[in-house]
Design a protein around this ligand. Structure first.
Ligand SMILES: Cc1cc2nc3c(=O)[nH]c(=O)nc-3n(C[C@H](O)[C@H](O)[C@H](O)COP(=O)(O)OP(=O)(O)OC[C@H]3O[C@@H](n4cnc5c(N)ncnc54)[C@H](O)[C@@H]3O)c2cc1C
Length: 284
């Protein structure tokens, strides 16, 4: 399939990209790795008369680690995440999740910024960023602002980002304790039928803190405060895991599609959440 004709822009800095967005308004969209947007344009589900390529903007690149604070430029690719020894030792859950995205070809091009800005409930990074309690940094005509990942998603493809803003970076505190990213998919390279990110910290035999988020089980990623609360203060035994799974299932709203009916998705969700909790606890 061939997309509709478009004009290609390649600004060299952020102010120029923002100026182009302002100039062309609804007719313009930024493109990062292109691995979500180009397929949508080819399927004619998105028509973009002015495509603003972010590839030449150096300010959007790079992984910065300042003590325990991690900042990822929006144009950091999934491959760069996996390839960063420093990042993998500080926040290995990122690599565990990124390695389950598509295949190496997609990961060489697909960016962290594009993955979270897209608003596709099937994307893996939004739920993970909610689990990490990450902050998204935006720049637009009114200046810069920050939005918590947990407050960013309104509905499928609708986010707190205005059309004239560019996501510049994502930052988070290096996670502590045990972690797991579990993903069930139909085949290698597929989007999740259901996925869960879990982080747990331990004090002795007791869970001191828990964060649980899910992917593709609602029209937005779901961070379940109740699921985490069901584990805190427990020994993460079978009863606590079951209570956490029940709490997580109460927070999701999957819909039937070619990955299966609602009952199947809830069944899969229960299994992967329990697996992720058990694996994270084993590493805590
Ligand atoms: C075969 C295949 C399988 C895939 N499987 C998975 C999977 O299992 N899990 C998964 O998470 N993803 C999957 N993807 C998607 C892939 O990870 C994408 O690359 C990613 O979701 C989007 O990143 P991108 O850099 O390609 O963004 P683009 O496609 O360039 O952009 C996506 C959207 O985000 C907007 N955007 C991009 N960057 C910014 C920014 N800095 N500021 C504001 N808006 C921005 C664009 O305007 C566009 O609307 C798959 C893709 C393919 C082709």
């Amino acid at each position: 399939m061939i997309p509709a004709a478009f004009e290609y822009h390649r600004p060299g800095d952020l102010p120029s990209a923002l100026a182009l967005l302002r100039e062309h308004g609804d007719d313009a969209r930024v493109i990062a790795g292109g691995h979500s947007l180009i397929p949508m344009m080819k399927l004619r589900m998105a028509e973009v008369p002015h495509l603003i390529d972010l590839q030449a903007i150096k300010a959007l690149r790079g992984i910065t680690i300042d003590g325990t604070r991690v900042t990822l430029g929006a144009m950091v690719t999934q491959h760069e995440v996996i390839d960063s020894d420093a990042l993998m030792s500080l926040a290995p859950i990122l690599g565990e999740a990124a390695l389950q995205i598509a295949d190496p070809q997609v990961r060489y091009m697909g960016t962290i910024g594009g993955n979270v800005a897209n608003g596709d409930p099937g994307n893996d990074m939004p739920g993970l960023m909610q689990c990490l309690d990450a902050t998204f940094h935006l720049e637009g005509p009114e200046g810069t602002r920050s939005v918590l990942a947990r407050a960013f998603y309104d509905s499928a493809y609708m986010t707190a980002r205005s059309d004239d803003e560019i996501l510049t970076a994502i930052s988070f505190e290096a996670p502590k304790g045990g972690f797991a990213y579990e993903k069930q998919k139909r085949k290698i390279g597929d989007y999740a039928t259901a996925a869960a990110a879990v982080m747990l910290t331990r004090e002795g035999d007791t869970c001191a803190a828990a964060s649980i988020a899910m992917t593709n089980l609602s029209d937005v990623p779901v961070w379940s405060a109740a699921a985490g609360a069901a584990l805190v203060g427990t020994d993460v035994g079978a009863e606590a895991v079951s209570a956490a799974v029940d709490a997580a299932l109460a927070d999701i709203d999957p819909t039937e599609d070619n990955r299966g009916p609602v009952a199947f998705k809830r069944h899969v969700a229960a299994i992967i959440i329990a697996r992720a909790i058990t694996r994270a606890w084993g590493r805590a």
